[in-house]
Design a protein around this ligand. Structure first.
Ligand code: NAD
Length: 364
């Protein structure tokens, strides 16, 4: 793998390889872009098939965080840590403390958090060596479990999407099909039920389904049938890459708005949705509330302020749909454009400031 050419493809700033034989730590920290602020992004631990798979994943995820923070209006950049190893067997206090020391060495350019394969408890250990970590246990002044907050952000984004796709953000009497009733999906289902929506749900967990029938009067379908449901909005809250060549033809909905990451198998599937007139809520925008909440920790957590910022997802989604309509591009592309424009503008502001400083020094 040609590392520098990989970095050059999307303007990556920095990669840090962390190795500590004594604890077994092997990790890579990728900092994509710090134009808007320090790079924030979770720490993923996974048994990758190869080191290059792990690096490619870290690069992809770090860049995704830059876009997510930029569109959410946060003064943060994008980064990611990938720890090589099986989270079931390779975790230890030493490993996470060692990682914490590497993160501390970056002196705030990168801030970590829990992610797939790591837990709040692991982040508490990282915290013993560095303050540049968020999402530690609540007693430490953290923002706590992100899932209910993510669900609230998705609910607000779904309302904005309904306004554009159905002509009103009033969800009473509307049908929403939810794929996945996990930590986010079930909380979202509760909010939709309260708002008067009819629910069609699926999951591989029978217990969640039974609960949804009893508590939310939901109609249950098999996992393979969720794409064929006639509904107003489809809310993917389980897996990635579920909008693909196989599923796209089966959808009978006016819009897609859900929490799952990387819903589009490829960008061209977003274009196909746009051509078909199905309004697609870009996943990294509608599911950004967890990040917004965690970012609040950096300022000293204040729940009211955090929730106000989460509510803004509604307006951000509407702006994206405006850009999509005006530029005649899919909302997934409109969101990317908004992120890139914001970063480019801030780069310009900085270079103007530097130029002014230089001019002053030269007496111009
Ligand atoms: P979760 O693991 O709690 O829930 C996922 C649910 O999907 C589970 O109930 C699982 O049984 C179900 N599921 C798995 N395979 C399925 C299938 N084939 N068909 C139907 N259901 C299936 O995860 P979560 O925290 O609720 O996150 C859901 C999605 O949202 C994920 O893609 C996650 O990356 C994304 N997301 C979550 C957060 C957050 O704050 N938790 C933030 C941003 C994005």
């Amino acid at each position: 793998m040609e590392l520098f050419s990989e970095m050059a493809k999307h303007d990556y700033e920095q990669m840090v390889f962390c190795a500590d034989e004594s604890t077994g730590l092997k990790a890579v920290i990728v900092i994509h872009d710090t134009t808007l602020g320090p790079a924030l992004g979770g720490c993923r631990m996974w048994n990758y098939a190869s080191e290059s798979d792990a690096i490619v994943d870290a690069l992809r995820l770090a860049r995704g965080m830059t876009y997510k923070a930029a569109v959410a209006g946060l003064n943060l950049g994008g980064g990611k840590t990938v720890v090589f190893g099986d989270p079931k067997v390779a975790k230890s206090e030493g490993l996470f403390r060692s990682l914490g020391r590497f993160i501390q060495g970056l002196n705030g350019r990168y801030i970590t958090a829990e992610d797939v394969g790591t837990s709040v408890q692991d982040m508490d250990i990282v915290h013993m060596e560095t303050d540049f970590v968020t999402g530690t246990t609540r007693s430490d002044g953290s923002s706590g479990n992100p899932s209910p907050v993510t669900a609230l952000g998705v609910f607000r984004g779904l309302q904005a999407t309904a306004k554009v796709a159905l002509g009103s953000d009033d969800l009473s009497g509307k049908t929403v099909a939810i794929q996945g009733l996990g930590s986010v999906g079930y909380n979202l289902a509760k909010m939709l039920h309260k708002a008067g929506a009819q629910l069609i749900v699926t999951d591989i967990n029978e217990e969640s389904l039974r609960k949804a029938v009893a508590e939310l009067n939901a109609k249950v379908v098999r996992p393979s049938e969720i794409f064929d449901q006639r509904c107003d909005i489809f809310a993917p809250c389980a897996l990635g890459a579920i909008i693909n060549d196989d599923t796209i033809e089966r959808l009978h909905c006016a819009a897609i708005a859900g929490a799952a990451n990387n819903q589009l198998a490829e960008d061209r599937h977003g274009d196909l949705l746009y051509e078909k007139g199905i309004v697609y809520a870009p996943d990294y925008v509608i599911n950004a509330a967890g990040l917004i909440n965690v970012a609040e920790e950096l300022r000293g957590y204040n729940e009211t302020r955090a929730m106000k910022k989460v509510e803004e997802i509604y307006d951000i989604m509407l702006r994206i749909y405006d850009v999509s309509r005006e530029s005649q591009i899919g909302p997934h592309r409109a969101a990317n454009q908004m992120a890139e424009n914001r970063i480019a503008q801030m780069k310009q502001v900085r270079s103007t400031y530097l130029r002014n400083g230089k001019d002053a020094l030269q007496g111009n």
